[in-house]
Design a protein around this ligand. Structure first.
Ligand code: ADP
Ligand code: MG
Length: 257
């Protein structure tokens, strides 16, 4: 049975997509079977996995509208070593179309029901909003991984996300929990980042992952080569950190079962 995790944070540019594709590639390297679902109409996780979002015959849009099954719409990231259910601009329309449909929150969960045995992990890259698309992600998942930068306003934004997760847990998905907070783009030379990191630890305890992802330019360069950083430059500090994170997550999931 696959563990399904959303990579979510309603802020943009906090490292959700970078975390999704590098965690996927890291998990693949430790022999896990992984499906990435791109729920962001920007399609960055799709492109960053080496799949041309403009040339996809089928995408997550078709799956949400029930005109295709995941098995038909998924593609292989050859470089990454995982499968991808891709997204492109078409998905922006789904937001509007879904509102009128039955089971609008649960479309993705229902679609995933047939593929659970194909994977060890399903990673859902959420858009930067608490929209109907994100809600479909949260209703499908066992847990949420929250990437965050250790900046002053990060903690404030976190409380909105935590409240949303609590509400989804109470009303729509009893399985949902926060798996952990991942510190990303971390620069230990910046005192404020150390302070916020300490506050996170004090407040959230072992919900904060031990792995810390440093700010590393190789991670930012990799998407333009259609590869996760973990594959593009395996020796880089960023890649190493994501592999550590993949190993830590595999251990943590053992504790969940
Ligand atoms: P989100 O999906 O939350 O919008 P992204 O993963 O797209 O965020 O990251 C935003 C930008 O920051 C991208 O340009 C990405 O390449 C860059 N980035 C993300 N993580 C790192 C990192 N650890 N070091 C350097 N750049 C990073
Ligand atoms: Mg993104």
């Amino acid at each position: 049975m696959a563990k399904v995790f959303c990579i979510a944070n309603q802020k943009g540019g906090v490292g959700k997509t970078t975390t999704t594709v590098n965690l996927a590639a890291g998990l693949a390297q430790v022999k896990q079977r992984v499906l990435v679902i791109d729920l962001d109409p920007q399609g960055n996780a799709t492109m960053g996995s080496g799949i041309d979002k403009r040339a996809m015959p089928l995408s997550v849009y078709d799956v949400l509208l029930e005109s295709a099954a995941i098995g038909e719409a998924r593609q292989r990231s050859e470089k990454g070593g995982y499968d991808v259910l891709g997204a492109n601009r078409e998905l922006a329309g789904a937001e509007v179309e879904l509102v009128a449909l039955e089971h609008r929150n649960e479309r993705l969960r229902r679609a995933l029901a047939g593929t659970e045995d194909d994977y060890d992990f399903v990673l859902i890259d959420c858009p930067p909003s608490l929209s109907l698309l994100t809600l479909n992600g949260l209703c499908s998942a066992h847990g949420v991984i929250v990437p965050m930068q250790c900046e002053y306003f990060a903690l404030e934004g976190l409380s909105d996300l935590v409240n949303t997760i609590k509400q989804v847990h109470a009303n729509l998905n009893r399985d949902l929990q926060i798996i952990g907070l991942l510190r990303v783009m971390f620069d230990p030379r910046i005192t404020l980042q150390q302070q916020v990191s300490d506050q996170l630890r004090a407040h959230f305890g072992d919900k904060v992952f031990d792995a810390v992802i440093p700010r590393n330019v190789r991670l930012a360069e990799a998407p333009s080569y259609g590869q996760p950083g973990v594959v593009f430059d395996p020796a880089s500090k960023g890649a190493q950190a994501y592999i550590d994170f993949a190993r830590e997550l595999v251990q943590r999931v053992k504790g969940l079962r």
